[in-house]
Design a protein around this ligand. Structure first.
Ligand code: EPS
Length: 402
C-alpha cells in the first residue's frame, strides 16, 4: 500500500482506538456521520456478546478536514472505548498499587500462546488486548474514508454472509451478477434489493430461510458453550479496468486483496471468483469468454474470474469470498496448560461472542475499500479529488454500468 497509508493503535479495553490516515487527496467531502454509519453496521449481528451492549462506537475526526472537506493532510481518528471505565485499573498506563490477577491459561486458536512466548509475557492480557478484534472498529472507520473516496468514482462495495456453521445461503454474486449484457440493469436492481434485505437481517444473509437456520445454529452453539465461524462474499461494483498490475508480485490486485483479507482477525481463507472450483474444472469451463458488440462493447456472460485477470481488474464486479474460523474464546473451554505451574488446566474464559461473522463482513468491506482506494490512487495520481476526477474520465471505460 503506497498511496493510502494508515496505522492503528489501541487496546481492546484501553482508553481509545486511534488511526492516522495519510494519502487522502484534498477536496473530498467527509463527515463524522459517514463514518458513524459504517461503525453502526459493524456492531450488528446475532451472536455477539455483552460488549456490544456497552459500546456505541463513534469516531471523532481530529485533523485533516476543514469545513467538511479533506485538506490532503493526515486524518486522525479517535474512537473511545466506553468499556474502559470498567478497566481503569486493569489497563492503567501507570503502575497500580493493587495486585491484578494474571491470565496464564492460553486459549487454543488464539494469539495467547505464541504471543506469550514471543514477547516473554507472563500475563496473557498483554497479548489479547491488542490481538482482540476490537481493533477492527477503527479499521472500519478508516475503511469508511476509503469508501467515501471510492464513491466519488461510482465504486460501491457490498457484503453478505454465505455460511455460518454448516448452513449455506443459496445466494451468490457469482450467479446473481452474471449473464447477458442486456439484462444488466435488472440484475443490478435485484442485487440492490437483496443487499437492502441483508442490512435488515440479523445474520446479514440474503437468503431468509438460511438466515433463520443460522440464527438457530448460533442459539445451539451458545447453549453448548461453543462458537461458530462461516464465510461471506464481498463485492465491488464499477471498478475500472486496470487496477493492480501483472508486472510485479507485490502489485497484483488479487495478492493485495488476499493480504488485506487475511490481515483481519480469524480469517483463514480467501477465494476470488469461483475460487476453489478452478481446481476441479477444465479450462474451457473456468475462463470467461470475451464478446464484443456495438451496443454493449466488450462483455462477458460469466464472471468466474471474480473481476481479476492477471493481477488486474478487468471491469467485471470484483467478487471475493472470505472464510472465517470460529472464535477461540469458548464458554466451555478447551484443554490447555497453566503457563506458571505447567499443570493441565482448562483455557481461561472471558465474555465473548458466539459468532461474529456478520460483523466481519463489514470489516472485510472496509479492507477491500482501502485496497481498491490505494490502487485507484496509484492509477490516477493527483493531489485533489477534482484532479483525480479529470483523470478518471480519461480511463478506458469498458462499459461497466454495475
Ligand atoms: C473480542 C472479545 C470480545 C468482543 C470483541 C473481540 O470483547 P470483550 O472481551 O470486551 O467481551 O466483543 O469485539 C469487540 C469489542 C468489538 O468491538 O468488536 C476478542 O477477544 O477478539
Amino acid at each position: 500500500m503506497n498511496r493510502f497509508r494508515f496505522l492503528t493503535a489501541g487496546e481492546s479495553h484501553g482508553q481509545a482506538l486511534t488511526a492516522i490516515i495519510e494519502g487522502i487527496p484534498a477536496g473530498l467531502e467527509l463527515s463524522e456521520s459517514d463514518i458513524a454509519a459504517e461503525l453502526r453496521r459493524r456492531q450488528r449481528g446475532y451472536g455477539r456478546g455483552g460488549r456490544m451492549k456497552i459500546e456505541k462506537d463513534r469516531a471523532t475526526i481530529l485533523s485533516g478536514v476543514r469545513y467538511g472537506k479533506t485538506l490532503a493532510s493526515p486524518i486522525a481518528l479517535l474512537i473511545e472505548n466506553r468499556d474502559w471505565l470498567n478497566w481503569v485499573n486493569k489497563m492503567s498506563v501507570e503502575p497500580v498499587a493493587e495486585a491484578v490477577e494474571k491470565l496464564q491459561m492460553p486459549r487454543p486458536g488464539h494469539a495467547d500462546f505464541a504471543g506469550m512466548i514471543k514477547y516473554r509475557h507472563d500475563d496473557l492480557r498483554n497479548i489479547l488486548e491488542r490481538s482482540s478484534a476490537r481493533e477492527t472498529a477503527v479499521r472500519v472507520a478508516v475503511g469508511a474514508v476509503a469508501r467515501r473516496f471510492l464513491s466519488e468514482f461510482g465504486i460501491h462495495i457490498y457484503g453478505h454472509v454465505t455460511r455460518i456453521g454448516g448452513i449455506d445461503s443459496s445466494r451468490s454474486a457469482l450467479s446473481l451478477l452474471s449473464g447477458p449484457a442486456d439484462q444488466k440493469f435488472e440484475r443490478l436492481q435485484n442485487w440492490r434489493r437483496l443487499m437492502d434485505s441483508v442490512e435488515a437481517c440479523p445474520v446479514a444473509c440474503a437468503d431468509p430461510v438460511a438466515a433463520q437456520q443460522m440464527v438457530s445454529a448460533i442459539d445451539e452453539a451458545q447453549i453448548r458453550g461453543d462458537s461458530l465461524g462461516g464465510a461471506f462474499e464481498i463485492v465491488a461494483l464499477n471498478v475500472p479496468v486496470g487496477l493492480g498490475s501483472h508486472v510485479h508480485w507485490d502489485r497484483r490486485l488479487d495478492g493485495l486483496i488476499g493480504w488485506a483479507m487475511l490481515s483481519i482477525n480469524a480469517m483463514k481463507g480467501v477465494e476470488i471468483g469461483i475460487g476453489d472450483q478452478v481446481s476441479q474444472l477444465p479450462g474451457s469451463r473456468v475462463h470467461d469468454e470475451i464478446f464484443y458488440n456495438k451496443t454493449n462493447g466488450y462483455h462477458r456472460l460469466s464472471n468466474h474470474a471474480g473481476g481479476i485477470e492477471g493481477g488486474m481488474s478487468n471491469g467485471e464486479p470484483i467478487i471475493v469470498r472470505v472464510i472465517m474460523k470460529p472464535l477461540p474464546t469458548l464458554a466451555s473451554p478447551l484443554q490447555s496448560v497453566d503457563a506458571v505451574t505447567l499443570e493441565p488446566k482448562s483455557a481461561f474464559r472471558e465474555r465473548s461472542d458466539v459468532c461474529a461473522v456478520p460483523a466481519a463482513v463489514v470489516v472485510a468491506e472496509a479492507m477491500l475499500a482501502i485496497t481498491l482506494a490505494d490502487s485507484l490512487m496509484e492509477k490516477l495520481g493527483g493531489d485533489s479529488i477534482a484532479e483525480m476526477q479529470e483523470r478518471f474520465k480519461e480511463l478506458p471505460h469498458v462499459p461497466l454500468g454495475w
